[in-house]
Design a protein around this ligand. Structure first.
Ligand code: GTP
Ligand code: MG
Length: 198
């Protein structure tokens, strides 16, 4: 897929204020600082479409971007980071849960996982929660440019093993780097397939 146009639409704190219209949406979720906004910029070839930051907690609302005037990317706030309290995670689910569960336009959620670290409970819990509500998702391992191949493979395999404890089959999995552009074609192809099948 070639991205001809990418424009910021609006930011919304809740389901009620999301854009209208029957247009497929692809949302990006994951812990703060995992690279959601950076991945959106990488996929669209726009440096500052989504605002990024070295400090976790940059994205505070759901940000909608219209792509090729026919589908949307949705940048979600992070669902917590090291040191964040359980209450804040609960707040996140209260804020985003309704969008994720009820949004008819939502075609797929990409759940971003930091490839540099061992499996985190909060990520597994979120994936299991998506499973309970039968929300279609794919996993994207991020920041793979920062890692040697072996460590990367070890972390990703550990994560898959952890997932297999609660899932019979694994979701689509992508390996990405917003610095090198790795994974871009695969993710855009996946989005194209879903749009065509709707
Ligand atoms: P919140 O909005 O706070 O939830 O974070 P986010 O998930 O949107 O992360 P963001 O895209 O703002 O990136 C966080 C930091 O990680 C920034 O300093 C990025 O430059 C860096 N980063 C993101 N993706 C990559 C990547 O693929 N490789 C490297 N090396 N750095 C990355
Ligand atoms: Mg962000």
């Amino acid at each position: 897929m070639i991205i001809n146009s990418a424009e910021y639409l609006l930011s919304s704190p809740d389901l009620k204020h999301c854009p209208k219209g029957d247009i497929p949406e692809f949302a990006f979720a994951g812990r703060s600082n995992v690279g959601k906004s950076s991945l959106i910029n990488m996929l669209t070839d726009r440096k500052n479409l989504a605002k990024t930051s070295g400090k976790p907690g940059k994205t505070r609302m759901m940000n909608f971007f219209l792509i090729n005037e026919s589908w949307r990317l949705v940048d979600l706030p992070g669902y917590g980071y090291a040191g964040v309290s359980k209450d804040m995670r609960k707040d996140w689910l209260e804020m985003m849960g309704e969008y994720i569960v009820k949004r008819e336009q939502l075609a797929n959620i990409f759940v971003l996982i930091d490839s540099r670290i061992t499996p985190q409970k909060i990520d597994i819990e979120f994936l299991n929660w998506l499973g309970e509500y039968e929300i279609p998702f794919a996993i994207v391992f991020t920041k793979t440019d920062k890692l040697k191949g072996l460590t990367q493979a070890r972390n990703i395999n550990a994560f898959k093993a952890k997932l297999s404890e609660s899932w019979e089959s694994l979701p689509p999995i992508f390996i990405s780097s917003s610095v090198s552009g790795k994974g871009k074609k695969e993710i855009l192809d996946y989005i194209t397939t879903i749009i065509k099948s709707r």
